[in-house]
Design a protein around this ligand. Structure first.
Ligand code: NAD
Length: 370
C-alpha cells in the first residue's frame, strides 16, 4: 500500500474549519487501507506569529521540506494587520513558496453542472468547462530588478518594474504544462505578448522549441495574452491547458476562476522541480480563498475548495488519480443533490448546509464510490 507524508498547515480564520473536513477524508482513507497517510501538523500565518513571533517556524519549514504534500488552509486576519511586514501572516506562505521552489501554480476552472446557472456567463458557455491555467510563480515582473520609485527632482517620480525571464524558467514551466496536457485533452495554449514585449518573444521561442524537441505529439497554439482574456469570457471551452507568465497568469487565472462561481469552490496546487533521484516534486495545495474573517467561527465556510485541493494532491503528488476522480465525482453529486453553503446558494437552491454538513455529505458520497 502506498505510504505518504502529509503536512497540514491550517493557518487562521476559516483555514482550520475547512481543513477539518479534509482530515475526515484522510482518516477514512487510512481506516479503509486505501493509502497510508502519515500526517503531521504545523502552524502558519497569524497562529504561528502568536506562538513563535514569526509566520512559520524553522521546525515547520523542515516538516514542509520533508512532506510528500503540504496542505495549506489560509492565513491572515485583522488581529495581525499591524504586525511588522517581515513577520506578517502572508510571509509564511511566501517563505514556503520560495524555499520549496514552487515555480508552477496550477489553477483549474471546472464548472460543476449543478452550478452552471450560477455563472455570470450563459449556461451553454460554461457548462462542462474543465480548463487548467499553469502560471509561472517565482519569476517575471513581480520579482525582476530594478524595482524602484525614483524622485526625478522636477516634481515627477518614476516607477520601474522589470519583467525578466531566463530560458530555464520558461523551459521548466513549459514542461509542466505539456506533461499535464498529456494527462488531459493534449492541448497547450501558450499566452504572452510577443508583439510588444521581449520576454514574450523569448517565451514564444522557448515554448516552441521545447514542444518541437520533447512534446511534438501535444497540440500547441500561441495566443496573445489580451486575446486569451477575451477568449476566456467568449468561449472558454476552446482551451485545455493555458501556460503563461506570472503577471498574465495572475490575471487570467482570476478571470477563469470567476467563470465558474464562488471563491469557496476554487482549489490550487503549486509544484516545484522534480527531485533528481526520487522524481517527486515539492508541492503545496491550497484553496484560492483567504481566511474569511467575516465568517470565521460561524460554520458558513464552504469546504469544497480545500477538499478539491486535497483532490489535486491525490492527482499530482500521490499518484492516486483514480481517487481524485472519485472525490470530484462525490463533490459533483453532493452539489447535484442541492446541498449548498451560503456562498453558492441561489434562489432555486437556498443555503442549507454548514461547513461540517457539506464535508460529511462529500465523505458519504465518496464512501459510496469506494
Ligand atoms: P477572503 O478570500 O478571505 O474572503 C473574501 C470573501 O469571500 C469574504 O466575504 C469571505 O467570507 C468569502 N469567502 C472566502 N472563502 C470562502 C469560503 N470557503 N466559503 C464561503 N465564503 C468564502 O479574502 P479577504 O476578505 O480579502 O481577506 C481576508 C484575509 O485573508 C486577509 O487577511 C487576507 O490578507 C487573507 N488572504 C489570505 C490568502 C491566503 O492565505 N492564501 C489569500 C487571500 C487573502
Amino acid at each position: 500500500m502506498a505510504s505518504f507524508n502529509l503536512l497540514y498547515l491550517p493557518g487562521d480564520g476559516i483555514g482550520p474549519e475547512v481543513m477539518a473536513e479534509v482530515k475526515k477524508i484522510v482518516a477514512w482513507m487510512n481506516a479503509q487501507g486505501i493509502a497510508r497517510f502519515e500526517t503531521d501538523q504545523g502552524l502558519v500565518g497569524g497562529s504561528a506569529h502568536d506562538a513563535h513571533g514569526k509566520a512559520i517556524s524553522e521546525a515547520d519549514m523542515a516538516k514542509a521540506q520533508a512532506a510528500d504534500a503540504v496542505l495549506f488552509g489560509a492565513v491572515g486576519g485583522p488581529k495581525w494587520d499591524k504586525v511588522p511586514y517581515d513577520v506578517r501572516p502572508e510571509a509564511g506562505l511566501l517563505r514556503l513558496r520560495k524555499d520549496l521552489g514552487l515555480f508552477a501554480n496550477l489553477r483549474p476552472a471546472i464548472c460543476y453542472p449543478a452550478l452552471a446557472d450560477a455563472s455570470s456567463l450563459k449556461k451553454n458557455v460554461v457548462e462542462g468547462l474543465d480548463i487548467l491555467i499553469v502560471r509561472e510563480l517565482t519569476g517575471g515582473v513581480y520579482f525582476g530588478e530594478p524595482k524602484t520609485i525614483t524622485d526625478l527632482g522636477n516634481g515627477q517620480k518614476r516607477g520601474i518594474d522589470t519583467q525578466v525571464y531566463d530560458t530555464f524558467e520558461i523551459e521548466r514551466i513549459a514542461r509542466v504544462a505539456f506533461d499535464l496536457a498529456r494527462t488531459r485533452r493534449n492541448k497547450v495554449s501558450s499566452a504572452e505578448k510577443r508583439n510588444v514585449m521581449k520576454t514574450g518573444v523569448l517565451w514564444n521561442e522557448v515554448v516552441t522549441r521545447i514542444h518541437k524537441e520533447e512534446y511534438a505529439s501535444v497540440q500547441l497554439e500561441h495566443v496573445l495574452a489580451d486575446n486569451c482574456a477575451m477568449q476566456l469570457v467568449r468561449w472558454p471551452k476552446q482551451y485545455d491547458v493555458i501556460v503563461t507568465d506570472n503577471l498574465f497568469g495572475d490575471v487570467l487565472s482570476d478571470v477563469a476562476a470567476m467563470l465558474t462561481g464562488s471563491l469557496g469552490m476554487l482549489p490550487s496546487a503549486s509544484l516545484g522541480a522534480p527531485d533528481a533521484k526520487t522524481k517527486r516534486r515539492k508541492s503545496l495545495y491550497e484553496p484560492v480563498h483567504g481566511s474569511a474573517p467575516d465568517i470565521a467561527g460561524t460554520g458558513a465556510a464552504n469546504p469544497i475548495a480545500m477538499i478539491a485541493s486535497f483532490g489535486m494532491a491525490l492527482r499530482y503528488s500521490l499518484a492516486m488519480g483514480e481517487w481524485a476522480d472519485r472525490l470530484d465525482a462525490a463533490i459533483s453529486a453532493v452539489l447535484a443533490d442541492g446541498l449548498r453553503t451560503r456562498d453558492i446558494a441561489s434562489e432555486t437552491a437556498p443555503a442549507n448546509a454548514t461547513t461540517t454538513q457539506m464535508g460529511d455529505a462529500i465523505l458519504k458520497a465518496l464512501q459510496s464510490r469506494a
